[in-house]
Design a protein around this ligand. Structure first.
Ligand code: F6R
Length: 243
């Protein structure tokens, strides 16, 4: 595990983007695992700048996103597809047909999860998976649990996650109650993992994930067992770690 300390969110975003840029440069037809949320916005902005100034070419890149709310259509402005399209895909030269997000409109969970697992497998796996981390240590929508759930599955969102995400909706009642997410094994199968965290409210999750016991009660703690993990976190997010 490599912990890369950033000064603040901007510094973190530049460092994380540099790692993704290196992946795209070294393997132009790579498969990127992508995340939504506040954490990667700055990273995506940096990558868009890299594309605009001619340093980066995404024309052969394929992508697979971690998760999607169940029940939301692609054009719903709170869907994760909408987020990815508007914050990243439409600003670069990736072929949208090569981007994948679980289909929130498929209400048959078994069918959609099997389809998504097959998509990831058919791509030959993920070269670099970008992750944020929840305050409760979740990755993707893998919430604290009694066991690690392996493959893409449908989850009931925890009250704390609904609370954290309600800022994007009119009210907590409007936040979908279920989501599709890659499972822990799906995430662990990625060849390289880049987890980013910013701010004091992530400090406890970072300490528990990387310096605590490996337990499904803190899903991100499983990453301690991955052979190629880069954690790029700012000083505030690392404030509870003795580094
Ligand atoms: C997003 C995702 C989530 C977020 C996490 C942190 O696709 O899978 O696990 O990474 O909830 O969210 P932010 O970055 O908004 O703090």
């Amino acid at each position: 595990m490599n912990i890369i300390k950033a000064k603040d969110y901007d510094d973190l975003s530049r460092k994380a983007a540099n790692i993704i840029a290196a992946q795209v440069t070294l393997k132009p037809d790579c498969v990127l695992g992508l995340a939504t949320g506040s954490s990667p916005l700055g990273t995506y902005k940096q990558l868009i700048d890299g594309y605009n100034n001619g340093d980066l070419d995404f024309s052969r890149v394929k992508s697979v996103n971690l998760d999607e709310y169940k029940g939301l259509t692609k054009d719903n402005d709170q869907s994760y597809f909408y987020f990815m399209y508007n914050n990243f895909f439409k600003h670069i030269n990736i072929d949208v047909n090569n981007t994948n997000v679980p289909d929130g409109t498929e209400l048959d969970s078994d069918k959609e999860c099997a389809r998504y697992n097959a998509v990831i497998e058919s791509m030959g796996g993920v070269d670099l998976q970008l992750l944020g981390i929840g305050r409760n240590g979740h990755i993707g929508f893998n919430e604290p649990d009694e066991e690690f759930v392996k493959l893409t599955h449908c989850v009931d969102l925890q009250p704390s996650t609904i609370e954290a995400n309600k800022r994007f909706f009119a009210s907590a009642d409007d936040v979908p109650k279920q989501a599709y997410t890659m499972g822990i094994q799906t995430i662990m199968n990625a060849k390289n993992i880049l987890l980013i965290a910013s701010g004091e409210d992530k400090a406890e999750a970072i300490r528990n994930a990387f310096f605590g016991p490996i337990t499904p009660h803190c899903p991100a703690s499983i990453l301690q067992l991955h052979k190629s993990v880069y954690v790029v976190a700012d000083e505030a997010a690392l404030s509870l770690c003795n580094l």
